[in-house]
Design a protein around this ligand. Structure first.
Ligand SMILES: Nc1ccn([C@@H]2O[C@H](COP(=O)(O)OP(=O)(O)OP(=O)(O)O)[C@@H](O)[C@H]2O)c(=O)n1
Ligand SMILES: C[C@](O)(CO)[C@H](O)COP(=O)(O)O
Length: 236
């Protein structure tokens, strides 16, 4: 009998949130009346395309998250909650190790991006299935300059070629797992998952993200987030 392979989502929520400046993990700040990370999980929970969710949380937060997030919001697809590591890439690797070999596609998503939509998830899965690796991104709106250490402009890249990269980033499971395993033996610092795949010479496709798919990073993002949430309620 042919084995049915799963589509898994890893949601990384183990960062320190230093730029938010709170005394606790920013993932638990309320947006509307729900913690940021609960908004994020809800989208994957409600997607018929996602079979299971692996949640990566801060050290010592597993029991708390079970209580205040998983049980409270009755999330059924979260099959594993694991602790993250020092850097985002360490947290992602811990998440990848919690997935078994029955997985075909894995989507890696920031817990701090609560406005992800099912349409982006759907396209991510479709394109990763065809090509092996894709990332959500939006064209940059500003002109970008490159500077030297004295803050002199040294270059103005052509904006047509520039993208602001988001998550989810979707991959064939074996491809991304092998890439992360190789990374463990190097000292590469990766600010997203695609960088790790790119280094191995694979092509990563860009799919259309959304300007609403913001990462809640600094206090102003909370104001923006409340606005997006209100607008979605009105549009309903
Ligand atoms: N060691 C880390 C670092 C980041 N993340 C997660 O990766 C996502 C993107 O990171 P970012 O929003 O920049 O979060 P922080 O690292 O928490 O923020 P800061 O850099 O301000 O400390 C977040 O959902 C964050 O929780 C993680 O799981 N483990
Ligand atoms: C992966 C990511 O969301 C792409 O924009 C981002 O790089 C992670 O955030 P960080 O601020 O670099 O930790």
């Amino acid at each position: 009998m042919e084995e049915i392979l799963k589509t898994s989502a890893i949601i990384v929520a183990a960062g320190k949130g230093r730029r938010m400046g709170r005394e606790y993990n920013k993932q638990y700040i309320l947006l509307g009346n729900k913690p940021i990370v609960a908004h994020t999980i809800e989208v994957f929970e409600d997607s018929s395309l996602i079979d299971e969710i692996i949640l990566v949380v801060g050290k010592g937060e597993v029991d708390l998250v079970k209580q205040i997030i998983i049980e409270k919001y009755n999330f059924k697809k979260v099959i594993s909650i694991v602790e993250g590591g020092e850097r985002r890439q360490d947290s992602v690797y811990n998440g990848l190790r919690a997935i078994d070999n029955n997985c075909n596609i894995v989507l890696i998503h920031d817990g701090a991006r609560p406005f992800i939509t099912n349409n982006i998830i759907e396209e991510g899965i479709e394109v990763a299935n065809k090509t092996g690796a894709c990332i959500a991104a939006v064209p940059v709106k500003d002109t970008i300059k490159v500077s030297n250490e004295s803050m002199d402009v040294v270059n103005t890249p052509n904006r047509e070629t520039l993208w602001a990269v988001q998550t989810p980033q979707a991959f064939k499971y074996q491809l991304v797992m092998n890439a992360y395993e190789k990374l463990q033996n190097s000292n590469i610092e990766a600010t997203d998952d695609a960088m790790i795949i790119e280094r191995l010479g694979y092509t990563v496709k860009i799919i259309k993200g959304s300007y609403e798919n913001i990462k809640i990073t600094t206090p102003e993002d909370l104001i923006l987030g409340e606005g997006i949430l209100k607008n979605r309620k009105v549009e309903g």
